[in-house]
Ligand binder design. Structure first.
Ligand SMILES: [Zn+2]
Ligand SMILES: [Zn+2]
Length: 294
């Protein structure tokens, strides 16, 4: 080894893998970044971190003491620290990397990942305009603000913010706007998920739930039909059956404004066919409303 080659020199940036150079530029702008391997996936954990044997990193859901220098734990490896990004522990990953990803939540961002043209069309109609980035088949819409990161909130729509990563595909176009309620609302699981309902017992089981569980006229119709059947087949304790059935109907459908006079008349009609007086029907209906605080 000659004397002249002994001088330690930081590698020039031009000598770095192209994706690492991109990552360092993004990190300078405050985006925590990580390499992605083929298949747009983060690199697998090192041996110490396999199956979270390390206890996971401190900012993960199962917060642990992991301080692994390698890009382990997916999104949680993302960093803005240039020394970590350019460290020997990350070098192999950068050599094999196919893309750069960033951790949106770590930069106070939310990416609405619209997977196909249909999802983009939906967003254009329903979400405020913001920075958009073209993706392979769709678009990323990027808002300022953080939230949870549920997938498949709508057909072809994923949300990437806290505890997630998104592929870096360029700065995009358009002015970034604040994360709107319309996007936050996508993360709220609708309590109206249609479940198979197998008879009046299931419907009665919904008594006490404050939220309307139907999403379609067909669902409401099924509920009313079941209520009619339940009253019609009641062999005894008709007062109780009528009251409980009304309670179930009101509980499931009473707060959304979709129960009409016609529905109520149908229920009263079957109850009267079983010998209940109109006065009893009205009292039962009223008592059920009082019980539900309506
Ligand atoms: Zn590790
Ligand atoms: Zn670890």
């Amino acid at each position: 080894m000659t004397h002249t080659t002994d001088i330690p020199r930081a590698p020039a940036r031009t000598a770095l893998p192209a994706l690492l150079r991109t990552a360092l530029q993004l990190a300078e702008r405050g985006l925590p970044v990580l390499p992605l391997r083929a298949g747009k996936l983060p690199f697998g954990n090192c041996r110490d971190c396999t199956r979270s044997a390390c206890g996971d990193r401190p900012h993960m859901k199962a917060a642990g003491p992991c301080g692994c220098p390698a890009p382990c734990h997916g999104w949680a490896a993302a960093t803005t620290d240039p020394d970590v990004l350019a460290s020997p522990a990350w070098a192999k990953a950068w050599r094999q990397a196919r893309a750069v990803a960033y951790h949106p939540g770590g930069a106070a961002l939310t990416v609405v990942d619209l997977d196909h043209a249909g999802a983009v069309a939906w967003a254009r109609q329903n979400l405020p305009a913001t920075t958009t980035v073209p993706t392979t088949r769709g678009e990323h819409w990027i808002y300022f603000g953080t939230m949870t990161s549920p997938n498949a909130v709508r057909p072809g729509v994923d949300i990437k913010s806290a505890m997630s990563y998104a592929r870096w595909l360029g700065p995009g176009t358009g002015t970034m706007t604040l994360l709107p309620d319309a996007v936050r609302a996508l993360a709220v699981r609708e309590p109206t998920t249609v479940r198979p309902v197998s008879g009046a017992v299931s419907m009665l089981a919904s008594a006490g739930e404050a939220v309307c569980r139907h999403r379609s006229p067909a669902y409401l119709e099924r509920g009313i039909t079941m209520a009619e059947q339940r009253i019609t087949v009641a062999a005894e304790a008709i007062h109780t059956t009528v009251y409980r059935t009304f309670l179930a109907v009101l509980s499931a459908h009473g707060r959304c404004g979709c129960l009409t006079e016609a529905h109520i008349t149908r229920l009263f009609t079957v109850a009267q066919a079983k010998g209940e007086s109109l006065r009893h029907c009205e009292a039962a209906w009223s008592n059920a409303r009082i019980k539900l605080g309506m």
